[in-house]
Structures are given as structure tokens and as C-alpha cells.
Design a protein around this ligand. Sequence first.
Ligand SMILES: Nc1ncnc2c1ncn2[C@@H]1O[C@H](COP(=O)(O)OP(=O)(O)O)[C@@H](O)[C@H]1O
Ligand SMILES: [Mg+2]
Length: 274
Amino acid sequence: MEHIKSALKKAGVLDENIESVAPARAPERRMPVKEFEATEQPEPFTLRQVEIDQKHLEKTRIVSKSMDDPNHIAFNLLRTRVRKAMSDNKWNSLAITSPTAGCGKTMVTLNLAFSLSRNPGLRTVVVDLDLKRPSVAPTLKVEPDRSIAQYLLGKAEAKDCFVQVDPNLVLGLNSGHTPASSELLQAPKMLELFEFIETKLQPEVILFDLPPMQSSDDALGFLPRVDTSLLVVAAGTTTTAEVDECELQISELDKLLGIVLNKCESAKSEEYYY
Ligand SMILES: Nc1ncnc2c1ncn2[C@@H]1O[C@H](COP(=O)(O)OP(=O)(O)O)[C@@H](O)[C@H]1O
Ligand SMILES: [Mg+2]
């Protein structure tokens, strides 16, 4: 984390006095998990399997599905640090947010997800909860059957909002623009979605791609439901004041795992460097 802090300072987006990692705290599991009765059997169901177009991933900077692009190493490092913190604390849910749109939340979420799910047995679920500007499906060029927003509105079944893209990777997709997104994210139906994910998909790690913190209260209202979060900031775009404010808000909820500095130019790469 010291590297991230010094990179942030170098990029001029982190104040000297700011601690970017939340202090360690007692292990806790916040997801509501339904306990099956001894006689109850889970209903069998199958998820739609989707083939991802690797050529499209090159355009959208998803470098972690195959290991051909050397930039995937940065996400392996992030994966290892995230996994260690999560397993040390017995956490399984991680939200990804940013101060403003376009910082790279979806890019980081998906690269981290592909990197995590390459580990045998590390079943990973990504849920697109940026209900106003969902971008998991377009970033991967996948057409959703039904969306998470439709599920939250009671218009779709949970299983129809998820697709399987790799043996260990399942995605909850969204489409369109949902106006009352903040209320939906805090509605009781969201707890049913958690229960579906926990009991039916049974992931080791759940990543929530959230909206930016400064465009609405969607992210802030949802953060209490997860174990921890990453704040993605963009070098050259995110200001120190934005980092300070978001960091303070997330830290007050005791949900900040760390800050990811994205779009940081470096002599190490000709095009871009994470
Ligand atoms: N490190 C990077 N270098 C260059 N472009 C990037 C980088 N990370 C993301 N982008 C591009 O920035 C745009 C916004 O990224 P995205 O992940 O959709 O942001 P968000 O989800 O935070 O709105 C996309 O076009 C994405 O390809
Ligand atoms: Mg996005």
C-alpha cells in the first residue's frame, strides 16, 4: 500500500497526511446467508453460457482474460493483495467505486475478476450495480437477457440476469438507465439478490461495480452492505479534494480497503500503465 500512496503523492492526488488503508478490524461477515433446513434441497438451475470475443477485449482494455498482454501482471498483483486482505478478514464482498465517472471502475472490476477467477476453485461473481450507466455488458460485448434492475423491480428472475463467461466467473448484467437507482439499491429486494448469490451461485468473491460517489448517493447508500471497497482514481483527472472527500466518506463507514491509481502514465509502457 505504501507504493500506491507514494504513486498517489507523485501523481498529486494524495495529501501527505492521508492514510489510504483502513485499519485492520475484527473478522465479520455481513452478507445475509440463508441457512437451509435439513430437508431443504437447492433447486437445480443452469446459467446461460456466454463466449467472450477476445478481440473486443483488446479495445476495452480487459487484459486479464488471457495472459498475452503484460499489463495483466498489475491485476495479478492487485488480486493477490485483495485476496490476502479478504481471506485474513473472512470477507467475501468487495465494491469498486470512484469519485467521478470514467475513472476506470468497470475496467478494474473486470480485470480483477478475470484475474481472481483464473485461480482454480476461486468462484467469482461480478454484479453491475451502476444502474444509471451500466457498462459491464458493453465492455465485454455481451447482450443481457434480463437485467439486475428488472430483477430489483420485480420484473425478472435472478437466474436470468446472470451469465457464465468462464468456469469460475459469473456476471450479473444490467442495461439501460434506471432513474430510481438509489432506492432500488437499498430496497429489501437487494437482500434477496444477496441471498440468491450466496446460496445458489456460492462464490468465494463477489465484486460490485458501483456508480461514482459524486454523481448520486447510490454508492454511499450501498457500501454498508459490503465487506470492503476499492476507490479507483484517475491520474490527471481526479483531484486531491475528490480523493480526500471520498476517502473520508468510505472510511467513516470503515469500508476502505485501498485506492487504485489508474491512468497513470509511465515510461515503462508505450501506451498506458496501470
Ligand atoms: N488505464 C487506462 N488507460 C487508458 N484508458 C483507460 C484506462 N482505464 C480505463 N480506460 C478507459 O476509460 C474509459 C472509462 O473506463 P470505465 O472502466 O468504463 O470507467 P468507469 O466504470 O469508472 O466509468 C473507458 O473507455 C476505458 O477503456
Ligand atoms: Mg463503469
